[in-house]
Design a protein around this ligand. Structure first.
Ligand code: NAD
Length: 257
């Protein structure tokens, strides 16, 4: 496993023990990093604080990514505690339940705005906040989580597919903008995993079964497998990789008939 020793990171998107961001937090901590975790709203605070108890000297902070003031406070606190920042993991996504079950053509303006704000714009806002802290370290690595629904149609993924397309494009533009400062920006496109976010997608179990039947590895992936790939991209082992969407999906993306 590549090392993250002497590195500090901010991880956004932990809701519970099934969260992909939680697996990344654990793997990053095992690889030697000190991490800050955020939680979205008081409802999730207890969960996240309890999980953070497993990590070495964690920082736990509130952050709703639609609130600029909360984002600013996170980076103030991170700077105070860590001095600088080596990596950011962005695992926040949201769409209204009706937009993940109604016909796509019914997507409302508000539903579109919300999905794109939480799931794509927030990567820009977090990257901007991280920039001065990463410059202090001579560079950094920013990682987000996406899904193949950005390019292909999966039933009921709907506006989240549009948000993921925007997110993947955002990765490329940020990578171009921040590359001269030695800040890398990448995404992992994970295969489907049963998490809280996934439970909002109607018919998710049939997507899982389809991957078991069709992916080259004939199985789905788990969060620890996504986390291992994440540690590679966050570490110096990934130092020449930027603007990339790394598929961690058992090869499903390559299948046709
Ligand atoms: P999850 O529900 O555990 O994580 C989603 C997180 O987004 C939660 O922690 C939630 O609190 C956070 N969030 C939502 N709105 C927010 C807001 N306004 N401010 C701050 N945080 C907010 O589910 P997950 O599956 O681990 O999702 C993590 C990421 O992985 C998401 O981007 C998701 O789209 C992506 N992803 C998931 C799968 C899958 O099948 N589970 C596959 C590919 C990509």
């Amino acid at each position: 496993m590549p090392s993250l020793s002497n590195k500090t990171g901010l991880i956004v998107g932990v809701a519970n023990k099934r969260s992909i961001a939680w697996a990344i937090a654990q793997a990053a901590s095992t690889a030697g990093a000190r991490v800050a975790l955020t939680y979205q709203g008081e409802r999730l605070e207890e969960n996240v604080r309890e999980l953070a108890g497993d990590l070495t000297d964690p920082l736990v902070l509130p952050c709703d990514v639609t609130e600029d003031a909360q984002i600013a406070r996170v980076f103030d606190e991170v700077e105070r505690s860590f001095g600088g920042l080596d990596f950011v993991v962005h695992g926040a996504a949201f769409a209204a339940r009706e937009d993940l079950s109604n016909p796509f053509v019914q997507t409302s303006r508000d539903g579109f705005r919300l999905a794109l704000d939480v799931s794509a714009y927030s990567l820009i806002a977090l990257s901007r906040g991280a920039l001065p802290l990463m410059e202090k370290r001579g560079g950094g690595s920013i990682l987000t989580l996406t899904y193949l629904g950005s390019e292909r149609v999966f039933q009921n993924y709907n506006v989240m597919g549009v948000a993921k397309a925007a997110l993947e494009s955002t990765v490329r533009y940020l990578a171009a903008d921040l590359g001269p400062k030695n800040i890398r920006v990448n995404a992992i496109s994970a295969g489907p995993i049963k998490t809280l976010a996934a439970s909002g997608i109607s018919g998710f179990s049939s997507i899982l079964q389809h991957y078991r039947d069709r992916a080259p590895l004939r199985r789905t992936v788990d969060t620890s497998e996504v986390a291992d790939a994440a540690v590679f991209l966050l570490s110096d082992a990934g130092r020449a990789v930027t603007a990339e969407v790394l598929m961690v999906d058992g090869g499903y993306h390559a299948t046709g008939m």
